[in-house]
Ligand binder design. Structure first.
Ligand code: MG
Length: 251
């Protein structure tokens, strides 16, 4: 009850302040303290990459069948071994069964230890947010490509702020904070999707506003078909990129 009274005072005080630029009565510290609802307690992982207590585990290293499908809606063709899953060339993308709107995503990935190819041909895969916005996965450790197509980029839209790639065969991680777009009735974005990305703990995308899905050829489309929640999709680009420890928190 005490908290409700204080909150009521705080609302009155704020209203008075913003309406008139001043308050008509002396302010006390507790008038601007907001207690309810209490901020939810979440137990963090022992190390930052461990899933916190409220995360949905999308892949824990043992099986894909619980949370993932192949393109045809069947059992994914990618192989699970040694606690990770690896792209099986030609079997197509894998897609989460669940659909998401706003989220925090953690995903670890590893470029093939055997270095084959160059530029876009080396360790190419990708993480598609809501199924259509690609966060590029690529081996850019001593491998130059166009800057808006390298690891940590939103393909053909935003290059990463820095190149934080670890070498082939070494585990890396992305932490993604994603806010889904909201649409006008005519199909344009009311607010575009916005994304922040940490690559190996370093900021590479700072709350960028995506311009739409990205075609391989052409410029990003501003006008997309309005969409609701979408899955996380991992790309089969023909290279044996591996993934592990994938978890997500809906916001
Ligand atoms: Mg890709």
């Amino acid at each position: 009850m005490k908290h409700i009274v204080i909150l009521a005072f705080a609302v009155l005080a704020f209203t008075a302040t913003f309406a008139q630029g001043r308050t008509d009565f002396p302010m006390k510290p507790e008038m601007t303290e907001i207690w309810d609802p209490e901020v939810t307690v979440v137990t963090p992982g022992v190390t930052p990459q461990d899933a916190p207590s409220d995360a949905i585990i999308l892949f824990n290293g043992t099986n894909l069948s619980q949370e993932w499908l192949n393109e045809a809606g069947g059992e994914p063709g990618w192989k699970v071994t040694d606690g990770c899953v690896t792209v099986e060339k030609g079997t197509g993308t894998i897609t989460t069964k669940r659909q998401f709107n706003d989220f925090q995503l953690h995903i670890e990935w590893r470029s093939p230890s055997e270095v084959i190819g160059e530029s876009q041909g080396r360790g190419n895969s990708g993480v598609f947010l809501q199924g259509i916005y690609e966060l590029q996965v690529l081996d850019n450790y001593n491998n130059r490509t166009y800057r808006n197509g390298q690891a940590g980029s939103f393909y053909k839209q935003y290059p990463p702020l820095v190149n934080v790639c670890k070498g082939p065969g070494v585990w890396q991680m992305y932490d993604v904070i994603y806010t889904a777009p909201r649409f006008n009735t005519n199909g344009t974005y009311f607010t575009p999707p916005t994304v922040t990305v940490l690559h190996n703990g370093v900021l590479v995308q700072n709350h960028v506003a995506l311009r739409g899905p990205t075609p391989y050829v052409g410029i990003p489309e501003y006008f997309v078909k309005p969409h609701g929640a979408g899955p996380i999709i991992l790309q089969d680009h023909g290279n044996p990129v591996s993934y592990r420890n994938i978890w997500i928190r809906e916001l």
